[in-house]
Design a protein around this ligand. Sequence first.
Ligand code: A2P
Length: 363
Amino acid sequence: MLSKVTYKQLPTHNGSRTKPCHRKTKGVCVIFLVIFVLGVGLHRAGFTHSFLGTRKCASYSLSTTGGLPTHYTLPSGDKIPSVALGLWKAGKNQVGNAVQAAVESGYQHLDGAWIYGNEAEVGAALKRTNIPREDIWLTSKLWNSFHDPEDVESALDASLSRLGTDYLDLYLIHWPLALNRDGSVYNQALTDDPYPTWKKLEELVDKGKIRNIGVSNFNIRRIQNLTANPLKYPPAVNQVEINFWFPQAELLAWSKEYGLLLEAYSPLGGDGRVGETLSVPVVKEIAAELGITPAQVINSWHVQRGTVVLPKSVTPCRVEENLHITKLPDELFEKLETAAISHEPKRGVNPSKSWGIDFDIFD
Ligand code: A2P
């Protein structure tokens, strides 16, 4: 049984220096300087984007998490922020800026993983922001080829060192699949029973390197399979795909009953389906009625359902937009929930085939 969740010098080219202004050209230089300063100011204020029609974020007036929980309390007593910046597919040379924009706009929660390949850039960005370590919730995930108990601590240490920290707030088993150490398919025993891996994670909690442990992409059967063992620490969260197209109502109801917090990845629909999600008529209607953006409607719906929401963006104004959520009036929430659960559920993420396994990881 799971326990209850209550959670310069100007740049030069070819070594040439930028020429200083000569007297004759001084006036021209001043005019250019004024135009440049004005241009930067207007650009920063979003004027150029709006004028050119390329501004990616619509306007809205919301404060963070109006009326919705800002945090959930985990079995450990730790409070996990309800909105995180998702770092999956946040590419190199983009993710650092996104992290900086997130922290500066008030995010307290970053959701990453070793396999995303961007932990060093995330760590460097965090260092630049000077945010105190205790003010940010850091999640990472144990990759499939490190499930052998002998490999777990070194995998964690690699993430810790790249992130520039000595502990994680949350560490998840990324998938219920143990690949062999060389990445080949697959370690049947550790896949069928992840308890040895879990036991090692529990040891690392006791060692102070991780504050909370959980799972990701586990279905009910696999959670029950894990929790049938004499666990010292039950899973604190299960991170799964949840969005308008794949609302996971059954898993959500079961998880609430058993006190297991769900975290929603691909909450806007995931790559390829975001535009479709944000154009759903009921989503647009609610956005218009409340004066918020369609993405904010969706992010709010997730938290109102009782999950952590992990929207991914590398676009600073979207990063900020996604942090601001609000409680939807009950009838609008129900309208959206009904629309989400009324169509055939369609999963967006299933890497089973790409791993070459002869079963569906979600069965
Ligand atoms: P980008 O990173 O270029 O800003 P999900 O979180 O469901 O996986 O969706 C991620 C995708 O949604 C990314 O392509 C991201 O683009 C885009 N996205 C994130 N936030 C918003 C938003 N507020 N409005 C529109 N698109 C968004």
